[in-house]
Design a protein around this ligand. Structure first.
Ligand code: PLP
Ligand code: ZN
Length: 415
């Protein structure tokens, strides 16, 4: 990989070669970060060449990615998700310019497909045919789907609270699924032990530094879709912290390669019932504390985050804003996204948008700002909470009088 210099430890600074199977720093156990040769990237790709490319997936940004080549495995089409200028929603949120980047349209319906697609290519480079991970749900279903397409087998550990939609995906993709009766922390621990014991390729968040490199492609797309004119803010929901760190890495890569001339600030949104990263970031310390996992947004119910250092540094470096939102505010954002933008988000998918609304209300961001809010997961994954947020429809017998009665009760016009 001529574009990659190596993998540097985020804690002790030790640098190692970026071989496909690296996990954490061999010196101190810290999380690694892939470093690039930006001169190489600049010499091999320009904005204009990029815009002429016909590849419509995350692999369009090959020069920015840590892979030997496109890989020989069959691939799902990951990335190339739409970005919508959401004027009606902007007005409701009280902000001048709002874009919704809908990553729920990925093949398994979440942004995690970007990381899993990368994991599958790296597993193949490492010569592994079995991949494993633990996940709150979306990383799991995306790994199962992307691996199924490539013909690799998977062992997937998810907490038993995972919504049925996500478990159904796992079963449908033919994964070996282990539901763990415990927290996400318990699930992560048992998966790590099993990965060690059986030698599977490790797709665990944070442990595998390549995953973030897949996730960063969401920022590369945002930049390209906005003609490299960056917004003031990018809003995203945060659990383990890998996604926000990936978003920031993508932005920094673009800046370092002179594709963009300014960096947006991050709006880091967590659920108020589980916000260890935001609590530490707001206090400008890396010294985070574990918290309970009390939120309907299961994907970000992460009391012991796996990537707090990278996430807190990303928020700090971007001069970011931290916002915590209640379950009620998350459900309101789900309704608003649905009704004013036609975008169906799962709770964690709508949390970033809930954060934008609250940040405006609290005066944390300017009303004339431009914001990209990333919807990270599709609402069909968690139908129970969607109905909880949106309500039940009217239900009648097939009888006109009942219909008229129900309209009268609802106060709906008859025309
Ligand atoms: C839909 C959704 N949004 C946001 C996140 C947060 O990502 P991270 O855990 O990397 O912070 C996740 C993670 O599972 C997710 O599935
Ligand atoms: Zn180290």
């Amino acid at each position: 990989m001529k574009n990659v210099l190596g993998a540097r430890c985020t804690l002790c600074g030790h640098m190692i070669p970026a071989t496909p199977d690296i996990t954490v720093c061999p010196e101190c156990g810290g999380i690694l970060d892939i470093e690039y040769d930006y001169d190489y990237i600049k010499n091999h790709l320009t904005k204009y060449e990029l815009m002429d490319r016909t590849e419509r997936s995350m692999w369009r940004y090959m020069e920015f990615l840590p892979v030997e080549g496109p890989g020989s495995t069959k691939k799902l089409r990951v990335g190339a998700s739409p970005i919508y200028k959401a004027d009606r929603l902007a007005e409701i949120l009280g902000i001048q310019t709002l874009y919704i980047k809908d990553d729920g349209i990925n093949p398994t319906s979440s942004l995690k497909d970007r990381a899993s697609a990368m994991a599958v290519v790296k597993a193949e480079e490492a010569g592994n045919t079995t991949i494993a991970c633990s996940s709150t749900g979306n990383a799991a279903s995306s790994l199962a789907g992307n691996a199924a397409c490539a013909g690799l087998s998977t062992y997937i550990f998810v907490p038993s609270r995972a919504p049925k939609g996500k478990v159904a995906q796992l079963m449908m993709f033919g994964a070996n699924v282990i539901l763990v009766e415990g927290s996400y922390e318990d699930t992560f621990r048992i998966s790590a032990e099993a990965i060690d014991r059986f030698g599977w390729y490790n797709r665990n968040a944070a442990i595998n530094p390549y995953l973030m490199e897949g996730k960063k492609t969401v920022s590369l797309e945002i930049a390209e879709q906005l003609n490299f004119k960056m917004p003031d803010y990018v809003a995203i929901s945060v659990g383990d912290g890998c996604t926000i760190a990936g978003v920031w890495k993508g932005l920094k890569d673009l800046y370092a390669a002179s594709f963009i001339d300014r960096l947006p600030r991050l709006i880091s949104t967590q659920a108020s019932g589980c916000c260890p990263i935001n609590t530490a970031a707001a206090a400008h310390t890396l010294d985070w504390k574990p918290q309970e996992e009390n939120t309907i947004a299961d994907s970000i119910a992460v009391g012991v985050p796996r990537n707090p250092v990278k996430a807190i540094r990303a928020i700090e470096e971007s001069n970011g804003v931290t916002v915590n939102v209640s379950d009620e505010e998350i459900m309101e954002a789900m309704r608003l996204l649905g009704r004013y933008a036609g975008v169906f988000a799962e709770p964690a998918g709508a949390t970033g948008t809930a954060g934008v609304k609250k940040a405006v209300e609290l005066g944390l961001i300017e009303k004339d700002a431009s914001v990209v809010s990333v919807v990270t997961g599709n609402g069909l994954k968690d139908v129970a909470n969607a109905i909880k947020a949106a309500g039940e429809p009217i239900s009648i017998k097939p009888d006109m009088n009942e219909l008229l009665d129900s309209f009268e009760r609802l106060g709906k016009p008859l025309a």
